[in-house]
Structures are given as structure tokens and as C-alpha cells.
Design a protein around this ligand. Sequence first.
Ligand code: NAD
Length: 510
Amino acid sequence: MVSSTDFDTNVADAAAALRRFADAPTAHLIDGRSVASETGETFDDHSPVDGTLLGRIASGGAADVDAAAAAAAAAYRSWSRTPGPERKAVLHRVADGIERRAREIALVESIDTGQAIRFMSSAAVRGAANFRYFADQAPAAADGRALPTPTHLNYTSRRAIGPVGVITPWNTPFMLSTWKIAPALAAGCTVVHKPAEWSPLTASLLAEIALEAGLPPGVLNVVHGYGETAGKAVTEHEAVKAVAFVGESVTGSMIQAQGAPTLKRVHFELGGKNPVIVFADADLERALDAVIFMIYSLNGERCTSSSRVLIEAPIYDRFTEQLAERIMSIPVGHPLDPETVVGPLVHPRHCEKVRSYVARAEAAGATVHAGRRPDGGGNDGSSNYVAPLLFAGADNSMAIAQEEIFGPVLTAIPFADEAEAVSIANDVAYGLAGYLWTADLARAHRVSDELEVGMVWVNSQNVRHLPTPFGGTKRSGIGRDGGDWSFEFYMETKNVAIALGEHPIPKLYR
Ligand code: NAD
């Protein structure tokens, strides 16, 4: 990989942005104050680039979550009653703060996750856009409907549900957390955020920016720590009324069980094994670009990645040959190099999991094509770099077609006709997104209708429009984000019925 002035500048700026995390342990943010864990415990956060220690992070437990939940409950009383236009103004100031520090956020995120800077720069800006979008919705969030009858006027209104827990994963942590936190705050909820332990740094930047923007203390609290301790405590806390969770399906099941005794409302965005179906009549050049973008961007660590490409038989050989050829020139390298597409994967344990599928693919009889690592090495365990992988000649029963690998790994499967394409697409436990490439409009509608997923993109990669619903079916999730769907989760609806006159009231006595 060529080294450029931009790369050198990025490295120098990232070192400056990361210094604070190396100099002192990163604390929780509870009630507007930086606090260490009650036990004094910390955990280490390492760089996926070379394993160096980025910093020590407070490791929270039940006592820290209890303090954060108490702060959130106290702040809820005034924040939920703060007029919508005022909440709107504060949230726009948070967006301003994110935009001002977007480069710092992108650099820190890139090193903490291993994600290429070209994607993290836009993810930071997306974080600000999420805040702006939901800020604008805040004034009308409580609005309801009028449902009159001849005898009564019924009207509904909404009120924030209370303090909520937000638990996020490590893949694109900043953008994903804003996607949950911004609508929660716009609705009038207060938040206890438990970021992922493998990439915790930008959560502290967001909380700091929010506080500086004038968000009152206690409205957004961050408790760092492990899922089994800090995360579990958030899901079990009596004061936390709902949990918005993004992560693995199996963790979602655990959270549902943990939250059952306190009857938590849950919103889950979980794993995926998303199909992209390519019919022979499609614009194949555009389809190739989209397929490659949707699995090899963001290190393939993306819930909506199209990790299974289903290709119509007559074009199968040509399409997979072109995929195999193109992955050879996908730049793999240092995440701060502006040229890089695939950076190091987040953690050695995750690399091990991703690499394990190479042997499984070979054992199952698939053909393995691999791109190039920056050091020219193979997909061994010597670093977190995993070259882009294509498993061709697969069938849908193989583990490489059924399991979420969450890396730069694409499984290619041929199909004979439309019915078989739909059947293969649906024959997985997941149901998040589906992609479809065809020039036949009627078929596009038919297949979109048949796919057991929450979102379909036709002749397109994932292009997100914030007012639209985002979420999955089956083991991919419960509930939807985006637009008013977010408020349906973060708010309670109340109906008020007022008698318009003297309607009959049954008399139960003689
Ligand atoms: P994960 O489930 O391991 O962890 C996610 C978060 O949950 C972390 O903060 C973790 O500490 C916490 N956690 C773990 N155990 C917990 C418990 N028992 N109680 C409470 N919290 C607990 O997921 P991950 O490995 O960090 O992220 C990758 C997964 O996230 C993938 O499956 C991916 O598909 C999914 N994801 C989904 C979406 C979506 O929108 N559907 C978006 C991004 C990522």
C-alpha cells in the first residue's frame, strides 16, 4: 500500500486524538461527571492494527449501572417535560459539536475498530445527521390522533417511556449509538448507554460533546464494561423501562430473558445473512459493484452486508469469475490510509472466527478465492488482517451460507429460477435485508413481496433514508427504527376519552 501525505497526517492526528485515552483511564459518565468504577476495576482496549494498548477503560458493574440509572431517573423528570422545541435546539447543538469534532471521532473510531477511515469519516457525519433528523422531529413527537365517536372525543398523545438502556456493538459504534440515542433523547427519554468493550472510545466522546452542547447532566450516561456485567445490569435494572439493543441474535435472546422479570420493552437489531439475488437480465456491471460494496466495505462487519450472493445459473460462472478477479485489487491495509477499503478486523478472537470458515468452506467442497493482504501473507493468525474472501460453488445448506461470519467474506450460490432464488434466500434463520438485481419490474415486485426480510433494496446497495423503517424479521430482530417508528418504541401512547354530552350510562340498581 502506498504511503501518502494524507496517510502521515492521519497517523499524526490520530496519535494526538488518542493521547488522552493513553494518558488516563477512560471513566464512566454518570450525572454529568466522569467517575471511575466503584470497584476501581478497568479493562484494556487494544488497537486492532498492531495490538498496542490504546487505554484502560473503567469496567462497570451493578453499582455503577445503579448510579447511572438513578441519575437517568432523576433527569427524566425534567427532560421529559422540557418543551419539544427546546429539546430540538439542544440536539442540534449536539449535531454541531459532532460536526466540529467529526475528524477526531473518525480517527479514534478508525483505530479503535480497524474500520477504514474512508468509511469512518462519513459515519461520524452520519452521526450528526441522525441527531439533526430526530431533533427536527422532537416538537411533534408527543402528537397523537383524534378518534371521535358520536358520544366521545378520543384523543391520543405520547409521553417518553422513561429512562432507557442503549447497548451497542463494536462494528460502527459511533454511528449506531447516535441512531438509538438521538431518537431516545428527542422523545424525552434519558439514557444509560453501555458501549461495546472492544471499541469503547467514541462513546465517551459523544457523551462529552452532548454535555458541552448543554444536554443536562444525567440525561445521557455512559457505563463502560463487559456485557455479562455492565450490560446485564442495565437490562435488569428496575428504573430502566426499555432496552434498545444492537448486537448478536444470541445476546438478544439473553437480554430478553434478563429483562423479563422487570417486563422490559425491547427493540432488537440483530444479525443477518442477507441475500443479494442477481438475475441474468440485470445490469451486471452495477450489480457487481453493489455486491462488492455491500460485503467488502466496513470490513464486512455490517449487519446489512450482502453475505450471500445468489446468481442465476446462466451467468453464474462469469459473475463469480469477475468477483474473484475484482477482490484481488481491493486495497487491504492500515485503516488510516485513505486508499484502504478493508482494514484489520476488530479483535484477534473475531479474526479467528472469520478465518475458521476457510477450512469449513474447503471441507464442505466450496472453492476459496482470497484477495491480497498488505504484507502478502496468507490468512494465517499473524495479524488481524483478513484478505477479502469469496467462497464459490456453495450450496445453501453449508455453514458458510447459514451462519453470520461478519467479515469480508462472500458466499456465492447458483440458482435455476425465480422460485428457487426465493426459496434459497428465505432458507436461513435470519431475515434482515434482501437485495435484488433484475430489469423485470414485475419480478422485482414479486420477489420483494416473497422475501422474509424487513428491508429490500432493488437494483441498489443499502441507501438509507432516515424516515424509512429499519429492522429485521426472524432472528434478525424485533421492532423498527427510523422516522416515527423510533418514537413508537421510546414513547408510551395514552388515550383520553371525553364525553361530549349526556350519553347513556347503564344503571345497575333498581
Ligand atoms: P454482541 O451481541 O456480542 O455485543 C453487543 C453488545 O451487547 C456489547 O455492548 C456487549 O457488551 C453487550 N452484551 C453482551 N452480552 C450481554 C448481556 N448478557 N446482557 C447485556 N448486554 C450484553 O455483538 P457484537 O459482537 O458486539 O456485534 C456484532 C453483532 O451485531 C453482529 O451479529 C451484527 O449483525 C449485529 N449488528 C446488527 C445490526 C442491525 O442493525 N441489525 C447493526 C450492527 C450490528
